[in-house]
Ligand binder design. Structure first.
Ligand code: RIB
Ligand code: CA
Length: 316
């Protein structure tokens, strides 16, 4: 039985690779994309979502445009250094023919989740503004959503946008706070796991042994991302933060999960957006999420490459 998923996203290089992995995986039925500002502004994240679906001949999948600003925090403007001025590295995709649907992402999420209770899994791979507003507007989605998988946070790991905080959470910490305390069953994929999933230049060269627009897109999209990691993190490669979320469906055995009560700092100080797990349960609060504290990163990259190769060989 295919897992029916909606991805809420701020494409974003690794976001784009997530769409491709979903489309390359028979275990997954990608129902829709909902967009949010994050790595780059909402106009570009929405355009990029449409353009990548078109590249993969998947323009039948609806895209709903979402929030352009966080709930309270100012809009981040740092994403271009990592994702390039267009938001997907050096890739040049034609202007998409498809348009986003008329409905706002918040209303689309509410409608889709309530229409088919316990059928839709939601994958959050950007700031969580859309979901937070959907929860406040229609609390019934908390019971109706089948599962929630979040790329975000840093538990034992340091941050990647501040020394303490991870980008998706820091970009809208108040939205994360609403989601973390909503009661929805959450699986969290933090930097602790995603930084172990590095796509290297050799991996990209391997994929480009196949003459395919998708292979060339992966090469061009990751070029800026790779340069950033080389310059600021000393890595030969780039972390596949967002694509790793799909391994919850494709290969859950790769993860080491622990259940903990996890919260996020919204006090506005130096640790704003920091996520922390109550490992000693001093709060006596029940666990609110399953947290991936480790992963067999290279095994995930191999899985990613095999799926990409199958997509490229499909003549895309
Ligand atoms: O911290 C990694 C996250 O921030 C990923 O979702 C990436 O796309 C950026 O949005
Ligand atoms: Ca993202």
């Amino acid at each position: 039985m295919k897992k029916r998923i909606i991805i809420d996203t701020d494409p974003g290089v690794d976001d784009a690779l997530t769409f491709l992995l979903a489309l390359a995986s028979p275990e997954i039925q990608l129902e829709a994309l909902t967009t949010v500002s994050g790595n780059i502004g909402i106009d570009k994240t929405t355009r990029n979502a449409l353009a990548v679906l078109e590249l993969a001949h998947a323009s039948n999948i609806p895209v709903a445009r979402g929030c352009s600003l966080p709930l309270v925090s100012p809009l981040h403007r740092s994403g271009e250094a990592v994702h390039g001025t267009g938001g997907i590295g050096k890739s040049v995709l034609p202007e998409p023919k498809a348009k986003p649907i008329d409905q706002h992402a918040v209303d689309y999420l509410i409608e889709r989740i309530l229409a088919e209770p316990q059928e839709i899994s939601l994958f959050m791979i950007g700031p969580m503004t859309n979901l937070a507003l959907a929860i406040r507007k229609e609390p019934r989605i908390v019971q109706a959503l089948k599962e929630l998988v979040i790329m975000g946070g840093a538990i034992r790991s340091g941050g990647n946008i501040t020394p303490l905080a991870e980008f998706n959470i820091h970009a809208d910490p108040h939205a994360a706070h609403i989601v973390f305390h909503s009661g929805i069953p959450i699986t969290l994929i933090p930097l602790d796991a995603t930084y172990k999933c590095l796509l290297t230049t050799a991996d990209v060269e391997r994929l480009n042994r196949i003459d395919s627009p998708i292979a060339r897109f992966v090469r061009d999209a990751t070029a800026v991302y790779m340069d950033f990691y080389k310059k600021y993190e000393g890595f030969d490669g780039c972390a596949l933060h967002d694509p790793l979320t799909l391994a919850v469906i494709l290969a859950p055995e790769l993860f080491t999960f622990e259940e903990h009560h996890v919260d996020v700092d919204i006090s506005g100080g130096i640790s704003m957006g920091k996520t922390f797990a109550d490992f000693m349960n001093v709060s006596k609060k029940p666990a609110n999420m399953k947290v991936a504290l480790d992963v067999r990163g290279r095994d995930f990259i191999e899985l990613f490459l095999e799926r990409m190769e199958s997509l490229c060989r499909a003549g895309l």
